[in-house]
Design a protein around this ligand. Structure first.
Ligand code: GP9
Ligand code: MN
Length: 706
């Protein structure tokens, strides 16, 4: 027997097989350590273990076709490093986004990672010490392949690096893939045709197969994305009119004619509302004292069950939903992929229907998420980005100007807007990895094993302080009373993979934490603050960001019937209580359909899967959700709004807005208005109101560019 083994070894020793085994082992390591794929039972575990095989053999087998072993070894090493790099990039991406890399994300990366510095520091923050495991074998393989006269190299020369072996390896990978696919189909029928969730494809077929699948999908959408087919517009219009929820008469026009100030609060989650952090000495720290007061104010309509529905486009998806009532894409970001589409968005509707001036303010570079392009198409007349502010090393973070300075420096431009205006402010200090800021350390760091969880409360509190300062300014400059101020959290700060670390701080046991709990964490605050209203309330309606636009338009007295919107007015009696996530999961006040499982929304208990009545009922709702997502995708992918002009609106002309001349254009508008000038600056007798702005920011000596 020993002899036989020896003979076998001498005959088949080669570099190819250990290379395959090592990549397989690293992938399995990542499945268990880094990715949370929701694998259940021995059958799914078995599939998980075999799924990296086919793709790995296929890729590395390409090196076997080389002319000779020497060249083949070089190719093998190259492909080996490529596989490792691809796996590792997915690991890092997953740690932040709980998702896998897609071609669209990779292609759109330049707009996300402007300024290499953001990218490098953000990436380093995602690394762990045990990541060495992903790379430690590469130098060994390199050394092994350099030894040209080793027995391994000799065997490779003799029989492995040849076309017939290459062909055999490819066939072998194909057979393994078919077996893998067959086993996967048994566990999850129509895996490739039906799924909305990337997790499933990786769980059943592995990362390389997912990359191929995603590549095919991307090519398909590139090839078929141009124009709507006959009947598409009718289908969409029929859906929209069937989905329309008539406005609540008592609320319609409640804020008519007021300035609209929208505040996009980076990474603020609903669980922070009324939350106190308790430190090791037992002291309580209220994270959001100002927002809590605002949330419970009699002038506020606040929502306790409003969920973020963003996809890979994160912040930009939240903006898209808030301003167009369309969902982000299944893959990539519409802000990047569909920036040149026609939109009838909030700034444009307000301009056409009620003469509003519109401006967006953000302390990061305008190219991030391709905002400078997209905003023109959304109809923003002005966009003040990092280039319009004074950024110093001291007053900015990785993503741009710190919130307190951002609001303060914005005033210089803000006060020149003609009223009524729609102004949007996007905060950024509370962005992952929530770094400790020694200049702003009035709130303690939490004490868990994860630095980003530890910093989250302090950076959220910093944003809260910045908001309070901004509100104080609005009051002292006389803008507050005549405005409606809308604040929303854009998406999670603490990603699913970190929720278990957070659990004890929420009084929860990390071991009992489930995917249902992850879904609950997708609640974000929405506060509609109408100074002087006095009849505010907290609504517990189940809804999502997609529903905000029709709500706001109705409050501003604008009929939404002519528009193509996916959401429904949150204040309407006809609002359906269903939250649709981008991956097709749904939540209703009664049940939550997360992945393959249905949960009781009130208790979090999983419903037995032999309870056909509930499963069938939820399956029907999921189909409806899927229809809504498909309609929204169709609109974006075919640029459908280009073929539909709602009554009372003309299409946006993006070339009207030259953001490089914002300040001059503001002054030109003031000049044109003459005595009818309605800007705050004009009303303040041509004196800047900046002087009224009080901030305790230690970095405040920096000021806006003249
Ligand atoms: C930065 C910002 C962050 O400009 O809006 O976007 P996100 O990473 O949250 O999608
Ligand atoms: Mn964001």
């Amino acid at each position: 027997m020993r002899q036989k083994v020896r003979l076998f070894y001498y005959k088949y020793r080669c570099v190819f097989l250990p290379a395959v085994i090592l990549i397989w082992a690293k992938t399995c390591f990542s499945y268990f350590i880094d990715f949370d794929l929701g694998v259940k039972g021995w059958y799914q575990h078995f599939i998980l273990l075999i799924n990296p095989m086919a793709g790995t053999i296929f890729l590395l087998a390409l090196s076997l076709f080389a002319k000779n072993a020497k060249r083949g070894h070089r190719y093998l090493l190259g492909l080996y490093i490529l596989s490792t790099l691809f796996l590792y990039a997915n690991v890092l991406y997953y740690r932040e986004f709980t998702d896998f890399l897609t071609f669209s994300t990779i292609l759109g990366a330049s707009s996300i990672f402007v300024g290499g510095e953001n990218f490098i520091t953000g990436t380093i923050a995602l690394m762990n010490w045990y990541d060495l495991f992903y790379w430690v074998d590469v130098p060994f393989l390199f050394m092994l392949l350099r030894k040209r006269n080793s027995p391994l190299a000799e065997a490779d020369e003799r029989m492995f690096f040849s076309k017939p072996t290459g062909r055999k390896a490819l066939i072998c990978s194909l057979v393994i893939f078919l077996i893998n696919l067959g086993l996967a189909e048994i566990s999850r029928p129509m895996l490739l045709t039906r799924t909305f969730d990337r997790n499933y494809i990786v769980k059943y077929l592995g990362i390389p197969a997912f990359a191929v699948y995603d590549g095919v999908q991307t090519l398909k959408s590139a090839a078929f994305s141009s124009v709507p087919e006959k009947g598409d517009l009718e289908e969409v219009l029929a859906y929209v009119s069937g989905n329309h929820a008539a406005p609540n008469r008592k609320m319609f026009g409640l804020a008519k004619g007021r300035n609209l100030i929208m505040i996009h609060m980076e990474s603020i989650q609903q669980f922070l509302i009324d939350y106190n952090y308790t430190d090791n000495e037992g002291r309580q720290w209220e994270v959001l004292p100002f927002l809590n007061e605002l949330y419970h104010s009699p002038d506020s309509i606040s929502f306790s069950n409003l969920f973020t529905q963003v996809g890979q486009g994160k912040s930009s998806d939240a903006e898209l939903m808030m301003e167009t009532s369309l969902f982000g894409l299944h893959r990539g970001a519409a802000f990047v992929k569909n920036a040149d589409n026609t939109y009838y968005a909030l700034p444009h509707i307000l301009r056409c229907k009620a003469g509003y001036t519109s401006a967006a303010f953000h302390g990061n570079s305008g190219s991030f998420w391709n905002r400078n392009d997209m905003y023109q198409h959304l109809g923003y007349e002005y966009f003040f980005d990092a280039g319009d502010f004074m950024l110093t090393e001291e007053n900015s973070t990785e993503y741009g100007l710190k919130d307190k300075l951002f609001f303060k420096q914005s005033v210089r431009y803000f006060e020149h807007l003609q009223q009524p205006f729609y102004a949007k402010f996007i905060t950024l200090s509370n962005h992952y990895p929530f770094p400790y800021d020694e200049n702003n350390d009035s709130f303690p760091q939490a004490d868990t094993s994860d630095d980003s969880v530890n910093g989250y409360f302090a950076t959220s509190n910093y944003t809260d302080q910045a908001l309070e300062e901004f509100f104080n300014y609005l009051k002292s400059a006389g803008i507050y009373e005549n405005s409606i101020i809308v604040l929303y959290g854009d998406h999670y700060g603490i990603s699913d993979s970190r929720n278990k670390t957070l659990a004890p701080l929420l009084g929860r046991d990390e071991d009992s934490w489930t995917e249902f709990d992850d879904a609950q964490m997708k609640r974000v605050p929405l506060i509609i603050h109408i100074p002087g209203y006095g009849k505010g309330f907290e609504s517990d309606i189940y809804a999502g960001q997609i529903d905000v636009l029709p709500t706001l338009l109705h409050l501003l007295g604008i009929d939404t019937q002519p528009y193509i919107l996916m959401g429904q007015d949150l204040l309407s009696a006809g609002k359906k209580e269903i939250v649709v996530f981008r991956n097709g999961d749904i939540i209703t006040p009664d049940y939550s359909f997360i992945g393959d499982n249905v949960y009781d929304s009130r208790t979090g208990d999983m419903i037995d899967d032999d309870n056909e009545v509930i499963y069938n009922e939820m399956e029907v709702l999921r189909e409806q959700a899927k229809e809504q997502l498909t309609i929204s995708d169709l609109i974006l992918e075919t640029d459908l709004l280009h073929y539909y002009q709602p009554i009372g609106l003309t299409p946006v002309n993006p070339d009207d807005f030259d953001y490089s001349r914002d300040f001059q254009r503001l002054k030109e508008a003031a000049y044109r208005a003459g005595a009818k000038n309605t800007s705050i600056y004009y009303q303040n007798n041509l004196l800047s109101t900046s002087i009224l702005y009080q901030t305790n920011a230690p970095e405040q000596q920096s000021s806006a560019k003249p």
